[in-house]
Design a protein around this ligand. Structure first.
Ligand code: WQD
Length: 340
């Protein structure tokens, strides 16, 4: 069985769908602090299967060990973590405690029950403002610009040191660029709680009429149209990379024990290009204004995906247009489903 922590979350739920579609048995542990249990209905509606689900916090070591004692876990995909950059600046100890203790409890349990493989959800945030583009996995890890980003860097180090001490353990860290969009069925998608921090959910909520206007945080950057550039990757493409990483470890191909891979499209898109793509693909006009820069924003970052292409045999396939349309379809499905 594959244990997916945080499996009712945005990327976790899309990964559970792909695991079930590939015939894996799946169990989810989630404390529902940043997701909704109704996501399980969406997963079952898409796959026809019902993963085992247990609601508890990974920071509770006794509950976690009990789970491993009562269930045969073959591998773990670890998503469960807090991930809001701004929130982490306001509440650093909450982020360090939650994101580090949950991982350490997981590693202790995996070691006690001889679980050999861990896929870890990491982030391109570890690169900060890169010195050169596209960013490769060999790019220097910069001083984190937020406690959230620092927890990702520290977690990678904790995993790497654990593997050196327990060579039977293998791990692959996947450094996400900007995950966006929703499953093509529109039955699952991104569910930000409160006002969205991220661009695409703010766009779809503005287009739906939940927000008056999108603020574009700065149009005076050193980029072709003055707005920041990111590598926006379709969430289903991202989910499929986790299957590829799992299979690589199950075939014992990652001899080094610990590997990292960038997960992006390899292309940069500016905020304005995203807005224009959204308007073109949905035929919905977006109300936006140019506002002040957001502190901490990186100007340009996009991935080199050569390593994931060559070694994982994985490549992002869906276009920006198609992905933004999927986000729009999900926003409409979700809003109508909660209205009823
Ligand atoms: C993208 C661009 C904003 C909102 C963050 C985390 C990263 C990862 C993904 C977890 C930027 C601009 C945004 C808005 C805007 N999270 N923007 N108006 O900051 O690249 O990455 O989310 O792993 O770790 O740092 O994503 O979507 O917030 O911003 O103009 O209302 O959109 O300035 O240029 P970001 P984002």
């Amino acid at each position: 069985m594959i244990l997916v922590t945080g499996g009712t979350g945005y990327i976790g739920s899309h990964t559970v769908v792909e695991l079930l579609n590939e015939g894996f048995d799946v169990a989810i542990i989630d404390n529902l602090s940043n997701s909704n249990i109704r996501v399980l209905e969406g997963i079952t509606a898409i796959t026809g299967k019902k993963p085992l689900f247990e609601q508890f916090d990974l920071c509770d070591a006794s509950l976690l060990n009990n789970f491993f004692k009562n269930n045969r876990v073959d591998a773990v995909i670890h998503f469960a973590a807090y991930k809001a950059v701004g929130e982490s600046v306001a509440s650093p100890l909450t982020y360090y405690h939650n994101n580090l203790v949950s991982l350490m409890n997981l590693l202790y349990a995996m070691s006690s029950y001889n679980v050999p493989a861990l896929v870890f959800s990491s982030s391109c945030t570890v690169y900060g403002e890169p010195d050169s583009l596209p960013v490769t996995e060999l790019a220097p890890i910069k001083t984190a610009t937020s406690p959230y980003g620092n927890t990702k860097q520290i977690c990678e180090e904790i995993i790497h040191d654990s593997i050196k001490a327990h060579p039977k353990l293998k791990s692959i860290a996947l450094r996400y660029f900007n995950p966006i969009g929703a499953h093509e069925s529109a039955l699952i998608g991104e569910l930000p709680i409160g006002v969205p921090n991220n661009l695409v959910p703010f766009i779809t909520q503005t287009a739906f009429g939940l927000r008056d206007c999108l603020k574009v945080f700065g149009n005076d950057y050193d980029t072709p149209d003055g707005t920041c550039i990111r590598d926006y990757i379709n969430v289903t493409d991202l989910a499929k990379a986790h299957i590829a990483a799992l299979k690589r470890m199950q075939k014992s191909e990652n001899e080094s024990g610990f590997e990292v891979f960038n997960l992006g499209t390899g292309m940069g898109s500016s905020v304005l290009e995203v807005i224009n793509s959204f308007e073109k693909t949905t035929s919905v006009r977006l109300n936006y204004i140019f506002a002040d820069r957001r502190s901490g924003d990186v100007v340009k970052v996009y991935a080199s995906t050569d390593k994931a292409n060559k070694i994982l045999g994985w490549k992002a396939e869906k276009s920006l247009d198609e992905t933004l349309l999927s986000a729009w379809k999900w926003e409409n499905f979700y809003r109508k489903s909660i209205a009823n």
